[in-house]
Design a protein around this ligand. Structure first.
Ligand SMILES: NC(=O)c1ccc[n+]([C@@H]2O[C@H](COP(=O)([O-])OP(=O)(O)OC[C@H]3O[C@@H](n4cnc5c(N)ncnc54)[C@H](OP(=O)(O)O)[C@@H]3O)[C@@H](O)[C@H]2O)c1
Length: 309
């Protein structure tokens, strides 16, 4: 582990960070660490009551009066657009965006926009949110995007199924989750390439296996929830799980480092499917079509090799 990973979080005074899904688990612990380091910390939640409770808890824990809440649902693209507009309205700058929110669903669910809910929540919503906040990030450069992926991306061995991104065929919760986390890494690769030269970096992380609200009973059932409960005594606290996100969001050692995947505060090589640059480019264009025309396009859609990654 690098010295910065072991030491205290560098002062974030004067910086504004946005952490999605920060009312519980890894996201809340990430927000606590960043707020404690002096960042103006804007947390997002899909549920107002849970969001308010977390905001008060983070304020109390850190003693910071610079913790704000914006409520929107990443599984609802109109809600994401409204949430992004509110974030832009309430922040003058965004130095760090942590796309942390995510879930796993035992049964196939469909969002109001007609998308499979794991793909929509874990990939499409964060994709659109990032697109909508990109201009502000670029204006605030040097800035960072941190996408919380998972080692579970390795479960999607054959890559994304571009013929069935919505899992309309045989649905398996862990397979949909693995693919959505693979999408997080592919999105990071292409975002980093498009943001090259802007002063905004994009990296993904695996937080470790963390005891959180993840796979709780209303999201996951049966074997999935049982598996999570069985390993729970052996897994990390949310504070430890947040370390890699916080490190990648703040470490001076990582200035200019982009397009990488981090585990335990170190660069790791993700799966072969996650290193497929053609899939990263295709996912970007398909995602753009799925979310509709989004205003702030980061950079030209040049081919691979045109950036200096
Ligand atoms: N826990 C692990 O072992 C582990 C391992 C690898 C990767 N991860 C990743 O770490 C991230 C954080 O997970 P966690 O373990 O901290 O789980 P968590 O405690 O369940 O936190 C997930 C957060 O995402 C929010 N969220 C879910 N669906 C949303 C939506 N449609 N719109 C907005 N927010 C939504 C949740 O809100 P609600 O409280 O309202 O549901 C919650 O705030 C996820 O991306 C997950 O894939 C976790």
């Amino acid at each position: 582990m690098s010295p910065s990973a072991r030491g205290a979080v560098p002062s974030q005074a004067g910086r504004t960070v946005v952490v999605t899904g920060a009312n519980s688990g890894v996201g809340k612990a990430t927000a606590i660490a960043l707020a404690a380091a002096g960042a103006r910390t804007v947390i997002t939640a899909r549920n107002e009551a849970r969001g308010r409770a977390a905001r008060e808890d983070i304020r109390r824990t850190t003693g910071s009066d610079q913790v704000d809440l914006v409520v929107f649902d990443l599984a609802d693209l109109a809600s994401v657009r409204a949430g992004a507009a509110e974030l832009l309205d309430r922040t003058e700058r965004i130095d760090v965006l942590v796309n942390n929110a995510g879930l796993v669903l035992s049964d196939r669910q469909v969002t109001v926009d007609g998308f499979e809910a794991t793909f929509a929540t874990n990939h499409l919503g964060p994709f659109l949110l990032t697109r909508l906040l990109t201009d502000r990030l670029v204006e605030s450069a040097p800035a960072r995007v941190v996408n919380v992926a998972s080692t579970a991306h390795r479960g999607a061995r054959t890559g994304l199924d571009f013929d069935d991104l919505q899992s309309t065929g045989h649905y398996r919760g862990m397979q949909a989750y693995s693919r959505s986390k693979l999408a997080n890494i592919l999105f990071t690769t292409e975002l980093a390439r498009r943001l090259d030269g802007t002063g905004v970096t994009a990296n993904s992380v695996h937080p470790g296996t963390v005891a959180s609200g993840f796979a709780r009973d209303d999201d996951a059932s049966g074997f999935l929830a049982f598996g999570v409960k069985v390993i729970k005594p052996f897994i990390l606290t949310p504070a430890k799980g947040a370390r890699t996100s916080v490190y990648v969001a703040t470490s001076p050692d990582l200035a200019g480092v982009t397009g990488q995947y981090f585990v335990k505060c170190r660069v790791r090589t993700p799966s072969p499917a996650a290193r497929d640059e053609a899939a990263a480019i295709l996912l970007w264009s398909v995602s753009e079509e799925l979310v509709g025309a989004a205003p702030s396009a980061p950079g030209p859609a040049a081919g691979p090799g045109s950036g200096a990654r």
